[in-house]
Design a protein around this ligand. Structure first.
Ligand SMILES: Cc1cc2nc3c(=O)[nH]c(=O)nc-3n(C[C@H](O)[C@H](O)[C@H](O)COP(=O)(O)OP(=O)(O)OC[C@H]3O[C@@H](n4cnc5c(N)ncnc54)[C@H](O)[C@@H]3O)c2cc1C
Length: 385
């Protein structure tokens, strides 16, 4: 089989990570191919959901706060440039309880990095957001400049723009490479052979399938259910600007206002059972719905009896502690592994694309040790949310 044209970099996977990586590499002047067997932000992809929250708070993990702030600016620049308003500045409300250590650490980091936020007392919370019923120990942090990205449309737009700037997009599934040393080309399932100087595998929850020996234990996809509840016609209480996006990491639940008429979104953030991104059936379960309704009844009694208007099943691709994976393949000097979004990666697409492009194009850039494929110092416990 003869290889076709040779690229500087082939990016495999057109989710949010691969799309932004391809876009940035092209901006750096590279000849780039972007491949995806199912298409950009398809229904099985982790990036294929309706909406994704972009918040700045990350406990004490300043690197993610900085990346989120950088990414928010870059997303907004991008949407302005392409003339698509795919970011909704709904604000993001953190619901905290008593001396909730993650939210307290978040406040310190936001202040240090210079991100705008307001700390809300229980009375202020109740006054500003009367839709919520919260216990007496509840307090809040409000990020006024954060919000929600219309995820699937945004990724498709990044790919469209990347192609407009010269990236070659190919609807092809890549076969796992074999051997070691330098990888000259990859084969696709349809029988094509694609040569490149560098390869970036940004395959999200598929990474452990492609590299089972290396990543079978490192990245564990879990099944996650999302519910959209119908709000009453003409009721502004559950849409923006009255209702922000919100997170409650102590109770492992989050939500977003009714945007574009899809319904009020509520999702469980606790890791679900193991999930196969190709074969997994994507119907929400009765138990998942019961749990979502329990949260609704407790937090938002106005929606207690709201009907489900849509559901989705997606997957998180969890690394041992929630840090991303961005590292060279230990067996191939010119292959990069990019993934491990772990339920919080979407927002970071633009900053991640910049980082990966700089790693691929320049040998002298600093590496963030947290993204390394190394078990050293890693707890097998979720630390990043
Ligand atoms: C329910 C849910 C809610 C979430 N909420 C948020 C949120 O509010 N905020 C936030 O920031 N993040 C959130 N996330 C996380 C975020 O969506 C993910 O971290 C992010 O989308 C991961 O993107 P990715 O590009 O790594 O993976 P994907 O989007 O899955 O993309 C990987 C791509 O690789 C392709 N691929 C795989 N194998 C091959 C192959 N062999 N050849 C060619 N192509 C291949 C696939 O087809 C796929 O398109 C959420 C995730 C879920 C599931």
């Amino acid at each position: 089989m003869n290889a076709e044209r040779t690229y500087d970099t082939a990016v495999i996977g057109a989710g949010v990570f691969g799309a932004w990586t391809a876009y940035r590499l092209r901006e750096a002047g590279q000849a780039v191919a972007l491949l995806d067997g199912y298409g950009p932000a398809h229904s099985r992809a982790s990036s294929g959901g309706e909406s994704r929250i972009i918040r700045m708070g990350y406990g004490a993990d300043e690197v993610y706060t900085r990346w989120a702030a950088r990414s928010l600016a870059l997303w907004q620049d991008f949407f302005r440039e392409v003339g698509r308003p795919l970011f909704q500045r709904t604000g993001v409300l953190w619901l905290a309880h008593a001396d909730d250590p993650y939210t307290l650490a978040t406040i310190e980091t936001l202040a240090r990095v210079g991100v705008k936020f307001e700390r809300l007392t229980p009375a202020e919370l109740e006054g500003r957001f009367p839709q919520f019923t919260l216990g007496p120990d509840a307090w809040g942090v409000f990020e006024p400049d954060s919000g929600v990205i219309m995820a699937r449309s945004a990724v498709r737009e990044v790919v469209r723009e990347a192609v407009g700037r010269g990236v070659t997009y190919l609807p092809e599934a890549v076969v796992a490479p074999e051997g070691r040393g330098r990888l000259d080309s990859v084969n696709t399932r349809s029988g094509r052979k694609l040569a490149a100087a560098n390869f970036v595998f940004a395959c999200g929850p598929w990474l452990p399938k492609i590299f089972p020996r290396l990543l079978g234990e490192w990245i564990r996809p879990t099944r996650q259910e999302v519910f959209f509840f119908g709000v009453e016609a003409g009721d502004p209480a559950f849409t923006t600007p009255a209702m922000p996006a919100w997170v409650d990491f102590m109770k492992l639940v989050y939500g977003a206002p009714d945007l574009e008429g899809r319904g009020f979104k509520l999702a469980i953030d606790a890791h679900g059972p193991p999930f196969d991104p190709d074969a997994g059936e994507r119907l929400a379960t009765a138990e998942g719905l019961a749990l979502a309704r329990e949260h609704l009844a407790r937090l938002l009694p106005g929606l207690r009896d709201a009907p489900v208007v849509e559901t989705r099943v997606c997957q998180y691709e969890n690394t041992p502690n929630g840090d991303f994976l961005i590292d060279r393949h230990p067996d191939f000097e010119n292959v990069w592994l990019v993934g491990g979004g772990s339920g919080h990666g979407f927002k970071h697409g633009p900053a991640l694309g910049e980082y990966v492009a700089s790693k691929v194009t320049r040998a002298d850039t600093d590496s963030e040790p947290r993204f390394a494929l190394s078990a050293e110092g890693k707890a097998r416990r979720r630390l990043v949310y």
